[in-house]
Design a protein around this ligand. Structure first.
Ligand code: SAH
Length: 325
């Protein structure tokens, strides 16, 4: 039995079955606090860990927005759930190249990942939650952050819970599932309000769907394989598909301007990832195959290209970022 499973067992014995939201929050807090999950020897590989091109494209898009907003000197780079800091490193290389010299702010709760981020960005500022980000114009990005925030599940209006059955965990009801995520709505609303008040733009990238629809999307991943959601709590990565329709609605309600939801593949191509890949392949001919295969993984419809979506939210005073029209 994992330490978290023991704690959950005690809690369920005391209080009765726990909601999916409580379960997911407890599992992910434990999971990220106890490991670096990324890469071939970990559980999963994210886009910035596949290739530097991903962060460079984000950096290029943010740099373009910043310049068209008049290059405000008080703007900061902000990232939600920065993982190993790889995306930030690649994006900031581009941003520094156009004269952006703002501070780096990270929203990260994992002490282990904060340590890793500190080796790349010793001078960064760390925050527990979106609310704590500074009241300054922000160039913000969140990649695979919203998918880790807890969701609720309902079956015919009844909230789905998790109980103990025999030796293991089990769901108390089955049926057609409707998901919602107050934690995501709250994160997006808080971020959008900050952008409206202080200026700036945020790129939100995740796997998910355009329209809200019923369905069970909660999934566990371990060592690059799908695993059972209720087995080994806290030892596997738990995520769910992000409802981008709900993200857009929260952002709009908070007063921010919102772009269309586009696929990652289409967006990266529109902002020039193919020519970046060719340039990189030319100047690193020994790695040309690796670079082209990374381009394929990031953009092809049967890879990350279609499943992953991008949306940008911004202050109505800021220009629309490139690649969404
Ligand atoms: N953006 C990175 C990492 C994605 S994994 C990449 O693309 O590689 C999810 C990240 O979000 C991790 O850094 C994790 O520690 C962080 N995270 C998850 N839940 C969080 C929460 N509730 N508050 C703050 N950070 C969280």
């Amino acid at each position: 039995m994992t330490p978290l499973e023991r704690a959950l067992r005690d809690r369920i014995a005391d209080e009765g079955p726990v909601t999916v939201e409580v379960y997911m929050e407890a599992c992910n807090a434990y999971y990220y606090a106890t490991r670096d999950p990324f890469g071939v020897n970990g559980d999963f590989t994210t886009a910035p860990e596949i290739s530097q091109m991903f962060g460079e494209m984000i950096g290029a898009a943010l740099a373009d927005s910043w310049r068209r907003a008049g290059s405000p000197a008080d703007a900061v780079y902000a990232e939600l759930g920065p993982g190993r800091g790889t995306l930030a490193r690649d994006a900031l290389r581009l941003l520094r190249g156009v004269g952006f010299s703002g501070e780096v702010h990270f929203v990260e709760q994992s002490p282990i990942l904060r340590e890793t981020q500190k080796t790349v960005f010793p001078d960064a500022h760390w925050h527990e939650w979106v609310e704590n980000l500074p009241a300054r114009p922000m160039l913000c990005v969140a990649n695979e952050f919203l998918d880790a925030l807890p969701i609720r599940q309902h079956v015919t209006g009844v909230e789905r819970k998790i109980m103990f059955e025999g030796d293991g965990l089990a769901f108390d009801v089955d049926g057609e599932i409707v998901e919602s995520s107050p934690a995501r709505d709250e994160a997006v609303t808080t971020l959008a309000k900050k952008l409206v008040t202080s200026g700036g733009v945020a790129l939100l990238i995740d796997y998910g769907h355009q329209r809200s629809a019923p369905g069970d999307t909660l999934q566990a991943v371990h060592a690059h394989q799908f695993a059972a959601v209720l087995e080994h709590p806290g030892e596997h990565d738990l995520t769910s598909h992000v409802d981008f329709g709900a993200v857009a609605m929260s952002a709009r309600r908070a007063g921010s301007a919102v772009t269309p939801i586009v696929s990652q593949g289409a967006w990266l191509k529109r902002i020039g990832i193919e020519s970046r890949a060719e340039a990189l392949a030319r100047s690193n001919s020994d790695r040309a195959d690796e670079i082209r295969s990374a381009l394929h993984r990031l953009t092809a419809a049967d890879q990350m290209g279609e499943l992953f979506k991008v949306i940008a939210i911004r202050s109505p005073d800021w220009p629309a970022p490139a690649g969404f029209a």
